[in-house]
Design a protein around this ligand. Structure first.
Ligand SMILES: [Zn+2]
Length: 374
């Protein structure tokens, strides 16, 4: 599977120390953050409810936004979550950064958008309940267009475009779960810098579908990554803590928090997005008996799961084996499939990465259960 593993890093890059911010060419003076209808001056924070649409009752649909403007000059960074209304882990990441962290020495500005898709969040659904539109295919949005694009437009012009870089938090689609990993256009040097600084073990490289926040923000000059973590409808504490480590590391890399250090994840693999064969799909419909979990290493030929019918007839049990040795980045949770449905996302690893991972797991087991499991 050498074509799946074009780039592996087993050592931190030399420059993985605090790098001075080079994104903000605005000089030495801190600047106010302005949006349509308000401003937040250096040294101030504001909790805003910003209207992006109206309900059937004519009431405003307002998203919560927290702006933290540091006393010192520096980059403006957005952190966003719940573009898909049922993806909750990122909400807690953004809330804790905005409200639990000490930003007394913040260089720059944080724009925190914990719940972008408010109608979806209220309904606990992925999509905007209005005609099931996907907010995360509606960016950058447009005035005078569909309801979804109008909402996207108000978010994008007020709170995304003024930023220098961004982190957009997601989880797996309902019924599946995934390891914490980053999706990023690694051909863009600043996006790659953000992605590397986030310090996840796995980076999936690609520009992303058009209309997604990370692709449209990046195209608009705001280098942005997506962070995928866990499953919908949950707060998963260990994943949230890992993501917070990533945020701190990015803020250190770009000079926003001078006391924090850039974190190195121990090993890293970058794989290409367009490699469809890493998604292992069911060839039979049925009920899935999953043997392996998120973050587990499986060897070529090992059984990943079996697909059975309601009678558990021996002749009808379809066994699915790993076609190559790899890491399970994403996996089915809701144990039912039609033929063609994904069972798991298996990522091939180079021998060096495999060795580094096994060493980490070996050491990790002495301390606790596998670090990647949760
Ligand atoms: Zn999502």
């Amino acid at each position: 599977m050498s074509d799946d593993v074009p780039r592996d890093d087993l050592e931190p890059p030399d420059e993985a120390t605090v790098t001075p911010p080079d994104l903000d060419a605005s000089g030495d003076d801190p600047e106010p953050f302005t949006y349509n209808g308000g401003r937040v001056d250096p040294g101030e924070s504001a909790n805003i409810r910003y209207g992006i649409s109206e309900t059937y009752l004519g009431d405003p649909v307002r998203i919560p936004v927290t702006i933290v403007n540091g006393e010192q000059p520096g980059p403006t960074v957005f952190l966003s979550a719940a573009a898909h209304g049922d993806e909750l882990n990122g909400i807690e990441v953004v809330r804790e950064v905005a409200h639990d962290w000490n930003h007394a020495d913040l260089h720059g500005t944080l724009v925190c958008l914990p719940v972008m898709n408010v109608p979806g969040f209220l309904a606990q659904e992925r999509y905007l309940p209005i005609y099931d539109r996907d907010l995360n295919r509606s960016f950058p949005g447009r005035e005078g267009s569909t309801s979804a694009r109008r909402m996207a437009h108000r978010i994008f012009t007020n709170f995304i475009e003024p930023c220098d870089l961004g982190l957009d938090f997601h989880t797996s689609t309902r019924g599946r779960t995934n390891m914490l990993h980053v999706r990023a256009n690694m051909d863009d040097p600043t996006v790659a810098r953000v992605a590397n600084a986030f310090s996840s073990n796995v980076i999936i490289a690609g520009e992303g579908p058009s209309g997604t926040l990370r692709r449209e923000a990046t195209d608009a000059g705001v280098p942005t990554i997506t962070v995928e973590m866990g499953e919908a409808h949950r707060f998963q504490r260990r994943l949230i803590d890992r993501a917070l480590t990533g945020v701190a590391s990015v803020l250190a890399e770009f000079g926003c928090h001078r006391d924090s250090a850039v974190h190195w994840p121990g090993w890293r693999t970058v794989i290409d997005d367009d490699d469809e064969k890493t998604w292992i799909r069911a060839d039979a419909g049925g009920i899935v008996d999953m043997k392996r979990g998120r973050g587990e290493l499986v060897r070529e030929g090992e059984v990943i799961c079996s697909i059975t019918n309601p009678f558990k007839e021996e002749d009808d049990i379809e066994t699915v084996e790993a076609p190559f040795t790899g890491l399970i980045v994403g996996v089915l949770e809701n144990p039912v499939v039609y033929p063609g449905n994904p069972l798991c996302h298996l990522v091939g690893l180079s021998q060096d990465t495999l060795t580094a991972l096994e060493r980490e797991r070996g050491e990790g087991r002495a301390r606790s259960r596998s670090r990647l499991r949760d």
